[in-house]
Write a protein that binds this ligand. Sequence first.
Ligand code: NAD
Ligand code: MG
Length: 395
Amino acid sequence: MTIQRLAILGSTGSIGCSTLDVVDRHPERYRVVGLSAYHRTGQLIEQCLRHRPLVAVVPTEAAAAEVRSALREAGLATAVRSGAEALCELAARDDVDSVMAAIVGAAGLRPCLAAARAGKRLLLANKEALVVGGALFVAAVEQGGATLLPIDSEHSAIFQCLPEDRSSWARRIDHIVLTASGGPFRSADPATLDAVTPAQAVAHPNWVMGRKISVDSATMMNKALEVIEARWLFDLAPEQIRVVIHPQSIIHSMVVCRDGSVLAQLGTPDMKVPIAYGLAYPERIESGAPRLDFPTLQPLTFEPPDPRRFPGLQLAWDALRAAPGTTAVLNAANEVAVEAFLAGALRYTAIHRVIATTLETLVPGLAPDHDLDDLLDLDARARAAANAALKEVAR
Ligand code: NAD
Ligand code: MG
């Protein structure tokens, strides 16, 4: 067996830690070449001591100096780099086979593109990168000869239900059904949502995740991003993507075939399963996730998402049908609004108003042959528009 050499971007996050957990179970299969963190350098130092990577990347030179001296003291030769360019270099290194993209937000787009262009196996948890990158991202994967493997549990489920030969997907799929847990406010009275606090919003009933995606799950903007992600991963038309609430999070998503047959992937809600699948694809390895016990399983139930509780969900299909770049605007506005909400500067229900106002006020104006700089410029303009909307809405 050849050893897979791995770079984990965002190794201190929820997905990053779960990835290291799976990797730890298979020392004969994986070698950690690079790690990166934005906050929590102490945790990064611990990860370096355990996995002895060749490179570690942090955001600033000050953080790099701190990590460097701690690792030197421990006798480690790990090179410590800083800045966004260093992340791209790590993602494209010759001695890296696979890149786990586990950064949160549009900040992950550049390193994802670098990995795609360098032809890596790209394990994509960072859905925002694909939502912003869209056609450009897919083209980079094709041109670079990269293998794009979904890590998001719903997209991993769809991927696991499809044959390896991608050329047959279009003939096979009638539509897909993404399942959603409905989050902590699935059955809340919409009138009470105004008073929701950050602590309530991040308390997810089934999954333990980073704070941003937890808020996105509460608003179902996470599912909106996933609809857009599915459009690009599986080359589907917007009307081929449907969403159903399944509060138990046991069925992770479904493919409805042309003949009416429905294929589903099931498991306990644990990200180590899709991570292990991405790492080992097309093989299967132990993930460490708890197993389903059918005799004791609670009933699996389904319900349609309520637009009064989740007004943002529909924006996914609207944005996919709107001018190119609209999904990048939606993503940027959501990032700005969620950050403000988590900082206590915005009411929960105003998250949607900031996104809707930003989408109404900003015309993306992307040319069909746009490049990365155009996308980053659009992302910056959308953040400025969202910040203006935020001031307006918070008044
Ligand atoms: P997290 O907040 O727990 O971790 C994010 C990681 O990215 C951390 O290591 C952090 O230091 C780093 N980071 C943050 N901002 C950065 C920046 N500007 N530049 C570089 N690095 C930065 O997030 P998470 O829950 O692990 O989610 C990571 C990604 O995976 C997100 O895109 C999320 O939507 C996706 N995802 C997560 C889950 C989950 O269960 N947590 C499931 C599906 C998809
Ligand atoms: Mg998901």
